[in-house]
Design a protein around this ligand. Structure first.
Ligand code: ADP
Length: 225
């Protein structure tokens, strides 16, 4: 299924890129703007398909949990390196605070990375200016990682629904920001798989902090999903 959904999009993206690079001849400004709109929308559709497929795998219980020893500060370093280019483009200030002395934990590093990529991606998306801080510290038999931004914030009545699938605070604002409203639901479901939790505090106009907690040893659990 995944292949059938993604391949046509890769073809659209690939050819748009070739045309944009003037491989087939010169372009007018209007043509190149139109092409850029096609490319942006195709990328958004790609993101949506990836989220829907991830979610369907979680729902079907077909997402095996691969537990390993994980050094959280090293994992944060990896995320930092991976996303440096996007940060540079965003002109935001980034702070990474991983306590060097943090004991290793046993969890699924790939799922933890998906969770943090989602939270950091949202922080970037909803923060027009200011800073984003990612911090890891030991907490109650596990590790807490917080992602704090100085962005638009979330109104109190929305805090309870943003973890539900396809829910966004304001469809008008979100149309401007893009996204399908699946990211935080996936975060919540993946954390359930890891035996962890997610919480949020936010103030409109001041920013938000998403905190995840992961147990230091994710014991093998029955497949309840
Ligand atoms: P998406 O980002 O694709 O819309 P998510 O499930 O990741 O979907 O987030 C749901 C909604 O929660 C977003 O549309 C946005 O309204 C709100 N939100 C999430 N993270 C933040 C944040 N860091 N700052 C402000 N609003 C946020």
């Amino acid at each position: 299924m995944s292949h059938e959904l993604r391949t046509p999009l890769h073809v659209i993206l690939g050819y748009s890129e070739l045309i944009a690079e003037r491989e087939f001849g010169p372009l007018t400004d209007e043509q190149s703007e139109t092409l850029e709109r096609i490319r942006r929308n195709a990328l958004e559709l790609h993101e949506l398909i990836t989220s829907v497929l991830d979610l369907s795998r979680i729902e079907a219980g077909r997402l095996p949990v691969d537990v390993k020893e994980v050094q959280v500060p090293a994992l944060l370093e990896e995320l930092k390196a991976e996303t440096q280019e996007a940060y540079r483009r965003s002109k935001l200030h980034f702070g990474w605070e991983g306590e060097a002395g943090l004991a290793p934990i046993r969890t699924d590093p790939e799922k933890l990375k998906v969770v943090l990529r989602n939270l950091i991606g949202n922080a970037v998306k909803f923060t027009p200016q200011g800073s984003i801080t990612v911090k890891a510290s030991p907490k109650k038999g596990g590790v807490e990682v917080s992602v704090t931004d100085t962005g638009i914030g979330i109104p109190p009545q929305a805090l309870v629904v943003i973890f539900e699938p396809f829910r966004q605070v304001d469809s008008l604002a979100t149309r401007q920001y893009g996204g399908a409203g699946l990211g935080l639901h996936i975060v919540k479901r993946l954390l359930e798989l890891l035996g962890g939790t997610v919480a949020v505090e936010s103030e409109v106009g001041r920013g938000s902090t998403f905190r995840i907690w992961i147990p230091s040893d994710r014991r093998v659990q029955p497949r309840y999903m």
